[in-house]
Design a protein around this ligand. Sequence first.
Ligand SMILES: Cc1cc2nc3c(=O)[nH]c(=O)nc-3n(C[C@H](O)[C@H](O)[C@H](O)COP(=O)(O)OP(=O)(O)OC[C@H]3O[C@@H](n4cnc5c(N)ncnc54)[C@H](O)[C@@H]3O)c2cc1C
Length: 444
Amino acid sequence: MTMNIIVVGCTHAGTAAITQMAKLYPDARITVYERNDNISFLSCGIALHVGGVVKDAGQLFYATPDQLAGLGVKTNMKHDVLVVDTDAKTLLVRNLATGEKFTDSYDKLIMTTGSWPIIPQMEGIGLDNIVLCKNYNHSQAIIEKAKKADRIAVIGAGYIGIELVEAFEQLGKQVTLIDNMERILYKYLDREFTDLTEQALIDKGIAIATGQTVTSFGGKDGRVTTVMTTAGEYEADLVVLCIGFRPNTGLLSGQVDMLPNGAILVDEYMRTSKEDVFAAGDSCAVRYNPTGQHAYIPLATNAVRMGTLAAKNLLRPTVKYLGTQGTSGIKIYDYNIASTGMTETAALAAGMNVKNVTIIDNYRPEFMPTYEQVTLKVVYETDSRRIIGAQVLSKADLTQSINTLSVCIQNRMTMEELSYVDFFFQPHYNKPWNLLNQAGLQAI
Ligand SMILES: Cc1cc2nc3c(=O)[nH]c(=O)nc-3n(C[C@H](O)[C@H](O)[C@H](O)COP(=O)(O)OP(=O)(O)OC[C@H]3O[C@@H](n4cnc5c(N)ncnc54)[C@H](O)[C@@H]3O)c2cc1C
């Protein structure tokens, strides 16, 4: 009998699962429901598109329904899944183009419904020109509205907010960045790093309004004009909300185990607590290796890995997920920045007993015609000496060193082990004692 597989949601986790399954189970019937009118949109390119670096939005898609049809997959765009019944193994679907509702059934279900931006409920939130930043339609709305806006406020100083303020500044806008934490990029970087990056933004004329919470929006003729916070008022013709994401998992609520925020709990084979229901990507919690606990870390990297594994483990447990360090990178003007695992701030807030090594050095010998300063910080547990986090910042691109440290965290390596790992030396690239070795040596 033909195996009936249904995938709900077709961005990164969905597309990864679908393309794998088409190869692995050529005889299966694979049906995809996606409520948008596009699939596989790379949100990571939104700021580059807004800033004009990526001119053609078409380059931000890597799959089309036609390509998937070539693999034997039926993709139904503009189809909203309204109900999932995991006992009856059925779905109620609405065709958004015709309004027609129908039922479909599955043998295996993969939920890749992702996440949606958090929208704070407060006075004025419904005003025009307060926009979200998640999908293709949002990116087009931001670009169109920015053309007519002189003053733009971005709320949320995570990596999405920071990339947008840089793009808006480069378009010549007057930009304000607002966040309730006392520093930008609070989740990713410790103060030594955020002091430098905040200064880079200030040097470009971006106003930074941290340590204050937005309380309401004021408007005129239905359109936003002001953002009110606990510390002041900011004029704005356009407001972009980037304060975080919530898993989009209402369809399964009460049917599978979830974290309190609604993130689906999957095992290392991407199985939910309900038989034949798999989940992947932003809709799920992930195992966070620095703590060994489940955490909500919505990243495309996790989504493509988890989608691929859901496909591989569909019939039987085959390949385990190795967990994540939440490794991420960002370029802010001239600075190349990356981080993995826990910051010192996060570790201390979690009650962990940690130490750190911070190295500030030139990344290659001073006899070279040019060299740049690099700041590297490695955080480790005091007792076990296990590495739990790292951050790097430099005008030279040393971000790959953070990927190396991500491997170290995943493999539970100690600072002692890091000290003597065999890294190459070549004056074009580094010094005889590689920076990572130096960090380990300094700790011992
Ligand atoms: C501006 C921005 C920049 C980013 N930059 C990076 C980056 O540089 N690096 C990185 O690793 N990550 C980045 N991310 C995060 C990354 O985009 C997400 O982690 C990723 O999109 C998650 O993929 P997903 O497939 O799990 O879910 P989503 O992308 O959320 O997709 C879920 C899909 O499911 C569909 N859907 C939901 N419910 C239903 C339903 N009931 N019926 C039908 N369809 C439904 C939605 O329409 C959507 O298409 C960025 C995100 C944003 C917004």
